[in-house]
Design a protein around this ligand. Structure first.
Ligand code: C5P
Length: 305
């Protein structure tokens, strides 16, 4: 099987006080969309085994572990254990989504494996159970089981579909050349005294549900609605990311937004032509820059090979 595992960005990301939960995680409220590109690619081979399960992962990026620390390994292991069958699984992972960028690459890879195995085994695992399995692997894995924009709550395990069509929008994605560790970003947020989370998700979603609010260009609405609680603290902690942020603003992006807990930055464009102009201006500043759009077709292809 050949699969693409797309990246995500959080258009809003409200992070609540850690004390709300007893498991050490934070409740969040987030509006998440997936972008078709950049996407990782996975090739999965499944064969029945006679005596025990075996899982083998190979990866083009030699810096990534291919053992139980890799989320695709954990996903395959969790699935086989759950269905209690003996199989040999080989996964060849081709990484295109940068790691520690807040784009959910590893989580998307794990969700792709869960979806592929559940297809192979004729949806043997019910959706609710699959979501629980995904949440056990990582907080961002459940959202990637959905093939559309979703609202994400809890620590990431509560996924809600939205009852409106999100019009297509365009932007650029910049990787500033450094990564941010998610646990460190959460710890930095916890260290901010008297931090008040904003309720940007509720606000943006109710505006998007209100037909009167959708302007001719969705970007105009998004420009005033994008929000990420990590942004101030990550920009203060990492001057290189703050600098990249400033450069994208001066190039004329309608709005810039830190992706997840960082480090990638999304620059909102008016349309495709504007996104192209931004790339032309910014290629001198960044070696990793690309045009992204929220269109979904073909993002989730699973092909037999
Ligand atoms: O679930 P995952 O392994 O992706 O989380 C990585 C780390 O990020 C957790 O150990 C925790 O420190 C932090 N986290 C959190 N609240 C969340 C998601 C992640 O505190 N909702």
């Amino acid at each position: 099987m050949f699969l693409r595992a797309p990246c995500k960005i959080n258009l809003t990301l409200d992070v609540f006080d850690k004390k709300e939960r007893t498991d050490g995680y934070h409740n969040i409220d987030s509006f998440v969309v997936q972008f078709r590109e950049p996407a990782d690619e996975l090739r999965i081979h499944i064969k029945p085994a006679s005596d025990r399960n075996s899982i083998k992962v190979t990866c083009n990026d030699s810096r990534l572990p291919v053992d139980t620390r890799n989320l695709v390994y954990r996903a395959a292991d969790a699935y086989l254990t759950h269905i209690d069958s003996l199989f040999n699984i080989e996964i060849d992972l081709y990484k295109r989504i940068p790691t520690e960028a807040g784009l959910g690459g590893g989580s998307s890879d794990a969700a792709a494996v869960l979806r592929a195995l559940n297809n192979y085994f004729n949806q043997k695992v019910e959706p609710l159970e699959l979501t629980a399995m995904a949440a056990h692997i990582g907080s961002d894995v459940p959202l990637f089981l959905a093939e559309k924009p979703v609202r994400v709550r809890g620590r990431g395990e509560i996924i809600e579909s939205l009852d409106f069509e999100l019009p297509v929008f365009w932007g650029i994605l910049v990787h500033p050349g450094i990564g941010v560790s998610t646990p460190h970003a959460y710890a930095a947020l916890d260290a901010v005294p008297n931090r008040q989370p904003v309720t940007s998700t509720e606000r943006l979603l109710s505006r998007l549900c209100d037909k009167k609010e959708i302007p001719i260009n969705i970007s105009e609405l998004l420009a005033t609605g994008l929000s990420n609680d990590f942004e101030p603290v990550v920009l203060t902690t990492y001057p290189d990311i703050a600098k990249a942020h400033e450069i994208i603003v001066s190039a004329g992006a309608l709005r810039t937004l830190l992706c997840g807990s960082g480090s990638a930055i999304f620059g909102l464009a008016r349309d495709l032509q504007h996104a192209n102009q931004l790339v032309d201006i910014l290629t001198v500043n960044f070696s990793s820059i690309m045009i992204v759009s929220s269109s979904y077709p073909d993002a989730f292809n699973i092909k037999q090979i």
